[in-house]
Write a protein that binds this ligand. Structure first.
Ligand code: HEC
Ligand code: HEC
Length: 432
């Protein structure tokens, strides 16, 4: 039978398909089907039509392609796809090793399609020859695989054993910065970074960011207790069952005394003189200036009812229990428009009390106002309790109940910020 020309077939297929599409549309309408279902039925006809057209395409004579012809289109397509994959996975935040792996997968795809189109080999003459080919292919594949994986970062048993055999930290003879550096390596080696960020470092937020939480404000006993027995007190915002059970309880056994001491010394450096501590889980964090529990504690301390480290501190003797200053000249916290003192050379000009940055509160309360009874309380009392009194003092002109929104969260301090704090002497004492 003579083959019909393609155009004739095409006309026939399109005519039948159009009829079928109209029929499907009308029929589904009569049946009262949903609009999407009606469109779907027409789409099915369209797919069937495409398939029929493909089948009707004139047969091309099959010719063996040369190797160059084989890769002529495939390689540029691969390059385009690989570039897209590379940038898309980079934009999606995948680490570089993943990006390389994704592109490698695309390369495997290229190889696969190139091999599919390779010229067929000569048929094997005998058993020996097909076995040799099989073994040769296997050997070649293994060789390539071993060589490529050899370039990847290796697990080196010697390095791993050296880590395990590392002599325990000995602190005798070590001074401040060295102890802190040793503590930092204890933090790294015990995988604390798997759950805790430290300011900008680390990439997991399962536990609190120990930097912005300012764990360094707490005393050594408290920090140690939280590491040895993390269930003793839950971090605010981490009371859900999953977080409660997250922190491992074996560190007390794993860490010897010197390592623990170094670790705590490192954590003690985590403080921020420019922002109040931040509590809570990423996404639902809040500042101490908006924390009702902290404000309640602050009220007690402000009124001289603080216990332990806060014993003896009393702001109300001068500033008044209800905010009416008891001492002439003491700042009246009820007046939201009071300005910074004129007695300090670093005066913050033109900013009313209601808009004072956290850093000004911190600086004035820890360092006092020269030549006045407002003493440098930060040299006498832990800064932890002073931040609490500041959170409370703010409520005299801005009661917590009347606030309509939370204070905006400050950006996470960077390495440069921390260097600047140290250079500008913003800490009273690195470990207070
Ligand atoms: C598997 C996750 C995980 C690891 C690993 C981990 N932690 Fe925690 N950690 C948490 C979680 C979650 C919390 C908050 C809940 C709680 O208080 O137990 C927490 C709480 C803490 C607290 C208390 C903070 C507060 O609010 O008082 C300290 C301190 C702490 N971790 C230090 C460490 C140190 C140091 C290491 C490494 C030796 C470490 N963590 C390892 C998950 C972890
Ligand atoms: C012995 C009395 C006294 C005590 C106690 C005291 N203050 Fe003051 N405070 C003053 C006086 C006086 C001033 C005004 C200084 C001046 O002349 O600028 C002042 C000013 C301040 C200022 C404003 C500084 C400025 O830039 O204007 C703040 C904030 C402050 N006090 C907070 C506190 C807090 C918080 C406490 C408790 C931790 C406290 N004070 C305890 C006497 C006291």
């Amino acid at each position: 039978m003579e083959e019909k020309p393609f155009l004739k077939k095409l006309g026939f297929i399109v005519a039948v398909a159009s009829g079928a599409a109209v029929g499907a549309w009308l029929l589904t309408g009569v049946l009262g089907l949903a609009h999407a279902a009606r469109l779907g039925s027409v789409a099915i006809v369209a797919v069937a039509m495409t398939y029929a057209i493909l089948l009707a395409l004139p047969k091309r004579e099959l010719k063996e392609k040369s190797f160059l012809q084989n890769i002529k289109i495939k390689v540029p397509v691969f390059l385009v796809i690989a570039t897209i994959i590379w940038f898309a996975s980079g934009a999606a935040g995948f680490p570089i090793w993943w990006q390389i792996e994704f592109v490698a997968f695309a390369f495997v795809g290229l190889t696969y399609f190139v091999i599919l189109d390779l010229k067929a080999m000569q048929p094997e003459q005998n058993h020996i020859s097909w076995i040799t080919r099989l073994i040769a292919t296997y050997a070649l594949a293994s060789l390539i695989f071993i060589n490529i994986t050899g370039q990847l970062p290796q697990f080196d048993p010697a390095v791993e054993i050296a880590k395990l055999d590392k002599p325990p930290i000995k602190l005798s003879g070590l001074a401040g910065p060295e102890v802190i550096a040793a503590g930092r390596s204890v933090f790294e080696e015990n995988k604390c970074f798997n759950c805790h960020k430290v300011f900008w470092e680390g990439n997991s937020d399962r536990g609190p960011n120990l930097g912005t939480k300012q764990i360094g404000l707490y005393d050594e006993e408290y920090i140690k207790k939280q590491i040895v027995d993390p269930r003793a007190k839950q971090s605010p915002g981490f009371e859900d069952p999953k977080s409660t059970k997250a922190m491992p309880t074996y560190y007390g056994e794993d860490l010897d005394d010197d390592s623990m001491h170094a670790l705590v010394s490192y954590l003690k450096t985590m403080r921020d003189p420019e922002h109040a501590p931040i509590e809570g889980k990423l996404g639902e964090q809040w500042s101490w200036f908006d924390d009702k529990d902290i404000i309640a504690e602050g009220e007690k301390i402000f009124n001289g009812e603080g216990e332990g480290a806060a014993e003896g501190l009393n702001c109300s003797v001068c500033h008044g229990k209800d905010g009416t200053p008891m001492m002439t000249g003491a700042l009246d916290f009820r007046d939201a428009n009071k300005m910074d003192t004129e007695k300090m050379p670093d005066r913050l000009d033109g900013v009313p009390l209601k808009d004072w940055p956290d850093s000004l509160w911190y600086k004035r309360v820890t360092r006092g106002v020269d030549g006045t009874p407002m003493a440098a309380w930060g040299t006498v009392f832990p800064h932890l309790v002073l931040w609490k009194t500041e959170s409370y003092a703010r409520t005299f002109h801005s009661p917590l109940e009347s606030r309509t929104e939370k204070s905006p969260l400050p950006p996470v301090p960077t390495k440069e910020d921390i260097e600047r704090w140290q250079k500008d002497g913003l800490f009273m004492d690195p470990l207070l």
